[in-house]
Design a protein. Sequence first.
Length: 292
Amino acid sequence: MQWISALVAGLGLGSMYGLMALGFHLTFAVSATVNFAQGSSMMLGAVLAYTFSQTLGWPMPLAVAAALALCAVYGLVVERLAVQPFVRRGSSAWLMATVALGIVLDNLVMLTFGTEPRSLPSALAQGALQIGDTGLGVYPLQLLIPVVGLALAGVLHYILRRSRWGIAMLAVVQNRDAARLMGIPIRRTIAGAFAVSTLLAGIAGVLIAPLFNVQADMGTVFGLKAFAVAILGGLSSAWGVMIAGLLFGVAEAMITATLGSGYTQIITFGLVIVLLAMRPDGMFGRAEVRKV
């Protein structure tokens, strides 16, 4: 039963990493930039869901919807303040600007929300599943998270390949000048990609909040791991980053169950280094071809 519990927990964690990594993939695919404050976006979703539902007493569906809407708005702010001004001037300073904006958000939340960890109650994380009299050590929410993650990956893949907005995004990636001449609103398309990116991180935060403590710095480590997953899967592949997230989460859970938590980060990030040495463009990514 320990292995089953570890496997399910790993799939849940991996799906959360994958959702955040999908955000990295989306902004990179459209604008060749990423939001290094993605971990803060995840934290924002969890903190807002807690504040609206537990502090203000809103019904949980309304609290989650409002939290995710504000996460999307935060994505627009990131693109407007920390990315667009620097990209327009051909500068790579957006790298540091997104990090700085994430630190500002973390500290604002710390000042207003406090430093004390809090628990977000959920009916799906109150009692472990059982087979007869045997407990599996698995909460229903842990089974739901991978389903949601894979479903969102499928929806995003479909939107990018079949919808009008998705085709416009791909056109922006391939040739901005031609896309502009065809009437595609490039700035709005890129801003929309950032909004969806932070929305995905917010969903990850809301889903994982009942299983972890909600606090201002909860997104730091998760954001770092999600970026590692995005690189490992290949930033150019939506399915690649999602699968990499699942593999990373399962490996993390299995190592913790077998060797203990002290070895988890050492071995998982060691494996990331080895895999990237073998596949520099990620497991599912493809090397960019440049015409000269």
